[in-house]
Design a protein around this ligand. Structure first.
Ligand code: NI
Length: 176
């Protein structure tokens, strides 16, 4: 059994954040432990969602809780998305890109079909903030970050902060 209890938050430019994640196989104790760990990290950092690559794990699962509480956390394993328009712009941040906030265009509605921790497939209709959070987390499973969806001027404004994150990462790497 893979031990996921010590997973920690990964930040850009960790390679796991920019590659497509792999489907989850059997939902066993290690997957349940990973979900617990992801919820812990989301609650600690007051995020509204958390994807497995953000815990350094290359698997297709994420959690969402719009009020950042454990009670309202929902787990989505091997999710499929059906998007419907129109698109709406709203400010987003990402725990893996600290200090970067930008208007991001998302579809107003989506239908998500996913597996829960009991292994049951479920379908959920989402709109507004929930639809946005689901699309943001789903992007993580595709290796896509908000920096990849920002407008060109926003990218220019974020350039210094992105450079700083790259430098911090390289320093940590060199130190370890
Ligand atoms: Ni994110």
């Amino acid at each position: 059994m893979t031990d996921y209890s010590e997973c920690s938050l990964t930040r850009f430019p960790a390679p796991v954040l920019s590659r497509p994640a792999e489907p989850v196989g059997e939902i066993d104790d290690s997957i349940r432990q990973l979900a617990e760990r992801m919820i812990d990290l989301m609650v600690q950092t007051q995020g509204v969602g958390f994807a497995a690559p953000q815990a350094g794990v290359n698997l297709r699962m994420f959690v969402v809780s719009l009020d950042s509480t454990r009670d309202n956390a929902r787990v989505y394993i091997n999710p499929e998305l059906d998007l419907s328009g129109p698109t709406v712009g709203h400010e987003e941040g990402c725990l893996s890109l600290p200090g970067i906030y930008s208007q991001i265009q998302r579809y107003g509605r989506c239908t998500v079909t996913a597996t829960d921790l009991e292994g049951n497939r479920f379908t959920e209709e989402a709109e507004g903030l929930l639809a946005r959070a689901i699309q943001h987390e789903y992007d993580h499973l595709q290796g896509v970050l908000i920096k990849d969806r920002m407008s060109r001027p926003a990218k220019v404004r974020a350039r210094r902060r992105l450079r700083q994150l790259l430098d911090d990462y390289n320093e940590t790497d060199a130190a370890s």
